[in-house]
Design a protein around this ligand. Sequence first.
Ligand code: FES
Ligand code: FES
Length: 157
Amino acid sequence: MNRKHTTNSTTVVNDRRVLVESDTKSTLLTYLRNSLRLTGTKAGCATGNCGACTVLIDGAAVQSCQISLHALDKNNVQTIEHIVKTPLGNRIATALTQHDAAQCGYCLPGIVVSTYAAMLSTESPDPMQALQRNLCRCGSHSRILSALEEVMQATDA
Ligand code: FES
Ligand code: FES
């Protein structure tokens, strides 16, 4: 008989403690979207190349499609649903809207999360560096970078 090997752990997702039951194949991305219904985190390439699935784990931006659910234990996960409600996350999202940065908008949750992490982790964030691991398939990079430059400069002031 083909048995699934499952383990249980607890972790915190958007300030809520959750019991995570994982098998060896599940990823954090599928868990967030399918079990917790946090569908703001997008599923793109599933190979770690587009950044659509970016979330924070313990303050660091990571690609959730590359994180085995098995590896999580007592971590602090924050998704776009939480980040966009913070003052900084809201400023980033608003700047992107004001610059008409989106075409389809699919890349934007990951871009907001990566930018938020960059702005919290360094005093002189750089938009190009912040988005090293995020792709916009619609080719809106120049408007996205303008929006992020503006929000980063405003935060410097
Ligand atoms: S879906 Fe995770 S990097 Fe593309
Ligand atoms: S606006 Fe469509 S992928 Fe970026």
